[in-house]
Design a binder for this molecule. Structure first.
Ligand SMILES: Cc1ncc(COP(=O)(O)O)c(C=O)c1O
Length: 934
């Protein structure tokens, strides 16, 4: 992820792709203008100017081979103008190209493809009429990987253009490359590519300067046997492209036995195989048809049609059709603000072109199937009440009372409530603390393995049904999802995983992050378990540790365990807040399922949907989920790349700015992930010497990685606590953000951000830094001392983060058990009886006395301070001195479940024994208790 400062000539600097391209063109333009400004008689300066322009042009030239615009003809014209000393003509053309690139106008404006001398030699240039009858006609590019000579390629390009018809919904331009490496470079560099046409007979190596990619491909393709046989790379290339961008449509043109190629089972990644000498028309239509497949949004399309029909409504939704609004004397402004379509598209009907979210059989079903394809899942459920609901649905569907759910205590509160609702016993596994920044990291795999092995030792492993982890965490810690699942499955082959990827849904569209998503890792494992080499490696493990692992063998914790590939059941669920990282309306969320035993829980799953989903789901949210999927399948790759690049820009600018960096710092991977979890030695994305290949290695191997788009900005060193700084940014600078800690704020880039946003942020930080400098200079020694004391208090006097203590013994089946799961539901409902509860003020001496001498203080409810936003007390938990100390030091105003005037809500000691055996325990739980006791 080098930002390109080290070697500007390398084309394989993938993290700077799009924006760096614009910058290169602006640099050329600037040089051309300077050249033009020199008087013709001033020969020395004119020559220097020409040389500078020539150099800028050469700097950008090699990247341009991977894009259709400006294309070989305009580039040639530009080169000729430079060579013929035409400064004015060069500046004019550079100006029009760079403006067209920046605004993307070349996608719709035929004029951008022409030099002033008239149309370029390609004649019928593309986007003429791409505004089709007033409708926007999306533009894309198609990569042709062909060994043919350039003249033949130009001819084919002409032929394809001639096939365009005015009724086409999309328009595309071809880009030609001649070898495997360039094809991969093209797919990575050019986000507008939507399809790749591969001809047989292509060579491997590129003539572009891409040493890092070359080394990477040589190592990786060599490992998988890079040629398909007889020096043919087509199929290997198709597979490699699908790994990078699974959404690309790939077509193979073969001049050999096409029937064989089409029948090859390993060619599933190829959409269609053509016989090379046949007409290009079929190919052209197939390309458009494939795009249509991704473009189609079954639910949204139908909703639009529905809204245009004259429908009389006699159902219970007065806003539908908008008549109660647009004719109103008093609320007409609502209609003016939202527009007519919103109301025309409202309905409570589930028929007549619409569908039912609760029991989809029509276009919602289709939309969900398309989403499943896009996200690499077997099934997708759209949810209109946020991931808070998605999580509870999954947990209710998979857990029965008494089941054990291993869960990060620091996870979103929906999971804790999910455990309460399902009656599952949470077994909290602790994330590593980042005390200095008052936040948690993620849960080490060792901790999870230990918990599973302990359960096994206690004979309770069969009850451990689900592992719930947040990936990535709020602060950007990404798990090595593949490894976590593999090693857990080694201990319990049918453990189910729920990855809460509320923040991380976009990651599917980054080739760097995909392997660390639930679905990406599940796909990797699926292949791995089929691999004969894996079976062999597993047999070797059996020889060492036996098939039935001994839970007391401490070596297991140090060993990278393999799962028994014949016994594993891959059961993976993911929830994501589509609204948090993609273009869905608020509350749009999805549940992704890749569970080989899904049929065994399908009924429960539907019950869970019925339990939690509204019977009046919001149609616009459903439609926006459909559209968000379309967008990600067509432009997610480009947008996510940009979000990552912008985040790297913020990191670099803040941390290297001479003034801003005195007070603020964006934390790197090394500061958020202890070195023991960065086995490859990866330090941070912007560390000198780090390139994308180093980052890929870290993403493959390290236990934790950092999502660069989540930026922890330390503000304590500027004398602000997180909340204070958040409020300052919001009230004075109109900058909104999400989360804060005692001494930091969390900024985030996403597919919505632009370079202007980043510039604004940096400008604001400069302004605030200048303000601090001024205040310190004007305030003299006393101000400086006060500032230093404030910084010390925020940065050094930080309270220890309290670990989960333990459930009070009434909520434990066996208090002497080494595993700590507890019956949280009984505690939760125990608190429903007022007479069983008491309140004690936080500052009261009674608290200290009871901590010292008893009886134990047992929380009656969840207590969740914001920040940090995790429950520092859960129902049934014994409150320790550490927790009280933390609570007393907390200086945040928002603490859910706690009223300062009433005090802590506790279960009375007299109520405790009753709680588990009283009415709130279900028959099943009682049975379970009796069984355990026996
Ligand atoms: C990790 C995690 N999971 C789930 C949720 C809930 O998502 P939603 O806001 O879509 O209900 C959140 C919300 O912040 C979250 O941070």
């Amino acid at each position: 992820m080098s930002t390109g400062t080290t070697n500007s000539q390398r084309v394989d600097q993938f993290y700077t792709v799009a924006e760096a391209r614009f910058d290169r063109w602006r640099t050329l333009l600037q040089a051309a203008r300077t050249w033009e400004s020199w008087n013709k008689e001033d020969r020395a300066n004119r020559e220097t100017g020409q040389a500078a322009v020539s150099k800028s042009f050469q700097d950008l030239r090699q990247w341009e081979d991977f894009f259709a615009y400006p294309g070989p003809v305009l580039l040639k014209t530009l080169q000729e103008r430079i060579d013929s000393n035409d400064a004015t003509g060069t500046a004019r053309l550079a100006q029009s190209i760079s403006a067209a690139l920046l605004t993307h106008s070349y996608r719709t404006n035929a004029g951008d493809w022409e030099s002033e001398e008239g149309p370029t030699s390609l004649g019928d240039r593309l986007p003429r009429g791409s505004e089709n009858g007033g409708h926007h006609r999306p533009y894309f590019e198609v990569l042709f990987v062909s060994p043919a000579r350039p003249a033949v390629c130009l001819e084919l390009a002409q032929d394809l253009r001639k096939l365009r018809r005015s009724q086409d919904k999309f328009v595309y331009e071809p880009v030609f490359v001649g070898n495997v490496e360039d094809a991969i470079l093209g797919a990575i560099l050019n986000g507008s590519l939507e399809a790749v046409v591969i001809y047989e007979g292509i060579p491997f190596a590129s003539s572009h300067n891409s040493p890092v990619l070359h080394e990477f491909l040589t190592a990786h393709l060599a490992a998988t046997g890079r040629a398909d046989g007889a020096g043919q790379y087509a199929l290997s290339l198709a597979k490699a492209l699908k790994l990078i961008r699974p959404e690309l449509d790939i077509f193979l043109l073969s001049d050999r036995e096409v029937e064989k190629a089409a029948g090859d089972v390993s060619a599933g990644c190829i959409r269609r195989v053509f016989y090379q000498v046949e007409e290009p028309l079929e190919l052209h239509l197939s390309i458009l048809d494939a795009i249509q497949d991704r473009f189609e949004t079954p639910y949204f399309d139908n909703l639009q049609k529905y809204s245009q029909r004259p429908i009389g409504t006699f159902h219970a939704l007065p806003v539908a059709r908008g008549k109660s609004i647009f004719k109103s004397n008093w609320i007409r402004d609502m209609g003016a603000f939202y527009g007519l379509n919103l109301f025309l598209a409202e309905s409570s009907a589930t028929t007549g072109g619409l569908d039912s979210l609760l029991e989809p059989t029509g276009n919602i079903k289709l939309a969900q199937e398309k989403a499943a394809r896009a996200f690499g899942a077997d099934h997708v459920f759209f949810v209109t009440n946020g991931t808070s609901t998605s999580n509870k649905m999954v947990e209710q569907a998979l857990l029965a009372p008494g089941d054990i759910m291993l869960v990060d205590r620091n996870c979103h509160k929906s999971h804790h409530y999910g455990a309460v609702l399902a009656g599952a016993f949470p077994l909290y596994v602790e994330a590593y603390p980042l005390t200095k920044y008052s936040m948690y990291g993620a849960v080490p795999l060792r901790t999870i393995k230990k918990a599973l092995l302990d359960l096994k030792a206690e004979g309770k492993l069969d009850r451990a049904r689900l592992l719930v982890l947040t990936n990535c965490t709020f602060d950007g810690h990404i798990y090595n999802v593949e490894r976590v699942m593999e090693e857990c499955l080694a201990i319990k082959p049918d453990l189910i995983f729920l990855w809460d990827e509320a923040w991380f849904g976009f990651a599917r569209w980054s080739p760097f992050y995909r392997r660390r998503t639930a679905m990406g890792a599940a796909a990797l494992l699926e292949n791995k378990f089929k691999d004969p080499a894996y079976h062999k490696a597993y047999e070797a493990q059996v020889k060492k540790f036996g098939e039935d692992l001994d839970p007391k063998d401490s070596k297991l914790l140090e060993t990278r365990l393999l799962a028994n590939p014949d016994k594993v059941h891959l059961r993976v669920y993911q929830t994501n807040s589509t609204h948090k990282s993609m273009s869905s309306l608020r509350q749009g969320s999805m549940v992704l399922v890749k569970d080989q035993d899904y049929h065994t829980v399908e009924e429960q799953f539907h019950e869970a949907v019925f339990t939690h989903a509204s019977t009046s789901p919001n149609l616009q949210i459903i439609a926006s989920l459909d559209v968000a999927r379309r967008q990600m399948e067509l432009e997610g790759y480009e947008m996510v790349n940009r979000a990552i690049q912008l985040a790297l820009d913020v990191r670099r600018e803040v941390n290297s700015h001479p003034l801003v960096s005195r007070y603020f710092r964006v934390l790197g991977a090394d500061e958020l992930i202890p070195s023991e979890f960065r086995g490859t030695g990866f330090v941070d994305y912007l560390t000198p010497g780090v390139n994308w290949a180093t980052a890929v290695k870290a993403l493959r191997e390290d236990e934790f990685a950092l999502d660069v788009t989540r930026l922890t900005l330390v503000c304590g060193s500027a004398g602000f606590d997180g909340t204070q700084f958040k409020n300052l940014l919001a009230s004075q600078y109109d900058i909104q953000l999400n989360k804060t800690s005692r001494n930091s704020i969390l900024l985030q880039t996403n597919i919505n951000n632009t370079r202007s946003d980043i510039a604004q942020l940096i400008k604001v930080l400069v302004e605030i830094s200048q303000g601090i400098e001024k205040k310190l200079a004007q305030g003299g020694k006393s101000a400086q001392q006060a500032f230093a004391a404030r910084v010390k208090s925020l940065m050094e006097d930080v309270p220890n983060l309290p670990n989960f203590s333990y459930f009070q013994e009434s909520f434990r089946e066996n208090p002497s058990s080494i595993t700590s799961e507890g019956d949280m539901r009984s505690a939760f409902f125990g608190a429903y009886r007022e007479e069983q509860c008491e309140h004690v003020k936080l500052s009261s001496p009674e608290i200290d006395k009871r901590i010292k001498d008893g009886p134990e203080l047992v929380s009656a409810n969840f207590v969740i301070p914001y920040p940090p936003g995790f429950p520092i007390m859960v129902p049934g938990q014994v409150i320790t001195g550490e927790t009280i100390e933390f609570m007393r030091k907390l200086d945040v105003k928002e603490i859910h479940g706690f009223s300062a005037s009433l005090g802590l809500k506790l279960l009375k000691p007299s109520a405790l024994k009753k709680a588990l055996h009283g009415k709130s325990a279900t028959e099943e739980e009682k049975k379970l208790k009796r069984k355990t006791a026996a």
